[in-house]
Ligand binder design. Structure first.
Ligand SMILES: Cc1ncc(COP(=O)(O)O)c(C=O)c1O
Length: 444
């Protein structure tokens, strides 16, 4: 490939000019590693952006998708249906918390977020409360890149250029408290009262009767892993119940095993009214996401003339046959290979390994839960993101792919790792941090 060959592709969430000057191209993958064009192995420290829990090119998922494409390559789910979408939805409904048993399939986490927000608005309209149109998100939250998602999202850089076009939303403060949480292992024991702001400021400012829904990630991933304090999510649920607000969990990264339960709702013992999912459900092998909806919300919308669609919403590829085949196979793999339990059992060795990085002088915080961790680095000379980007590049050179939102470096390894694999990843990250510190000393 020449420089010319890589001009046309406008890469998402990537510094294009920098990448194209120095491309990092992966050409194949197997298990927990990619292989670069130059033939180097690179460990997949983020499971391909939180997707590939079962490891790359899982043979059962590949076989299911090959069989599917030879049988029914495509059918939309508008008016006709195909068995895969129904089977997958049944399986997901069976796994979801009690009461959440209707599934709207989409192709991504962003679509899942916008879909849930539209369902919430349509629900309130059906209930005769159409004035409920304000959404409550959270600072440092990420819910994808649709206009709904950026409106409730709280990542400043994702919103700045699009301000005028956003929906009405207010935001809770993030659960991150550097004074008390910098090196906490797992969930912080204090801070549940941060949820009270929903009642004391937001409900009291806007009025509960104007609020459509509250949407949060149970564990915020995209700003460097922010773990909720013990009791925080319970408190949000109680406040929502008290004021009749819908609670939506964005489980796009927490769903399907990463935190040692099928959903974070199970791990934390809090049941929302809707759950968004994507990523791990197809092991990344096909674009797939969805919204799991409480039956009462679904049923409230099943009205009007029977020849008309009850919800004017959907995507051509909602519940694509190949994606459904991948999803069904992934659920079999998670179950038959005990991968959720494996993720749970890896949490402790992973925590032990990653907290060793606390000793490095340039590390200002280490946060972890389940099979995910965020390692935050000192900001360099008022240049947010530079340190993170340097460490990410140094890690890649040492055979480890990470993600660096701002100055945090995130690890979210595949569930099929051994404890040794996890220690290896952390060691490579530690080497990258040390090498970057040395580089800064000689060329600040
Ligand atoms: C919590 C959360 N919600 C939504 C999304 C958006 O998903 P997608 O990139 O599939 O649109 C992401 C992506 O990382 C996410 O982490």
């Amino acid at each position: 490939m020449t420089e010319q060959d890589i001009d046309a592709f406008w890469m998402p969430f990537t510094p294009n000019r920098q990448f194209k000057a120095e491309p990092r191209m992966v050409v194949s993958a197997q298990g927990i590693a990619y292989r670069t064009r130059e033939g180097h192995e690179v460990l997949d420290g983020t499971s391909g952006l939180w997707c590939v829990g079962a490891g790359h090119r899982h043979p059962r998922i590949a076989a299911a998708m090959k069989a599917q494409i030879d049988t029914l390559d495509f059918a939309s789910n508008f008016q006709v249906g195909h068995p895969g979408a129904f089977a997958l939805s049944e399986r997901i409904a069976d796994l979801a918390p009690k009461g959440l048993d209707r599934v709207f399939l989409v192709n991504s986490g962003s679509e899942a977020c916008d879909t849930a927000m539209k369902i919430a608005l349509a629900y309130w309209q059906a209930m005769g409360q159409g004035q409920r149109s304000l959404f409550v998100g959270r600072e440092r939250g990420f819910h994808g890149v649709g206009f709904g998602g950026i409106s409730v999202g709280g990542m400043t850089n994702n919103r700045r250029a699009f301000g005028g076009a956003m929906l009405r939303a207010d935001h809770l403060r993030s659960t991150w408290d550097p004074l008390t949480q910098a090196f906490v292992r797992g969930q912080p024991q204090t801070g549940a009262e941060m949820a009270d702001e929903l009642e004391t400021r937001i409900v009291s400012l806007h009025g509960a009767s104007n609020i459509a829904a509250v949407i949060v990630e149970p564990v915020a991933g995209s700003t460097g892993l922010l773990v909720p304090p013990v009791g925080y999510l319970q408190r949000l649920r109680e406040i929502c119940d008290r004021h009749g607000l819908l609670l939506i969990f964005d489980e796009v990264i927490t769903g399907f095993g990463r935190f040692g339960g099928m959903f974070a709702a199970d791990v934390f013992g809090v049941v929302p009214d809707m759950i968004l999912f994507a990523k791990t459900i197809s092991n990344g092998a096909a674009p797939l996401g969805g919204v799991i909806v409480h039956r009462r919300i679904h049923d409230a919308l099943m009205q009007g003339p029977t020849h008309l669609a009850e919800l004017m919403h959907g995507y051509t590829c909602s519940g694509h046959p190949l994606a459904c085949a991948a999803g069904l196979a992934m659920l079999d793999v998670l179950q038959d290979e005990g991968l959720v339990a494996q993720a749970r059992s890896l949490a402790q060795p992973f925590e032990d390994a990653v907290h060793q990085l606390s000793e490095l002088p340039s590390v200002v915080s280490v946060r972890n839960l389940g099979l995910a961790a965020g390692v935050e680095l000192k900001m360099l000379d008022g240049q947010p993101g530079r340190h993170g980007a340097m460490v990410q590049a140094a890690a890649f050179d040492r055979g480890l792919l990470t993600r660096a939102p701002g100055d945090s470096v995130v690890l979210a390894p595949p569930f099929i790792c051994t404890p040794e694999n996890l220690r290896d990843m952390v060691e490579r990250l530690g080497d990258a941090i040390k090498a970057t510190a040395r580089q800064m000393e000689t060329h600040p």
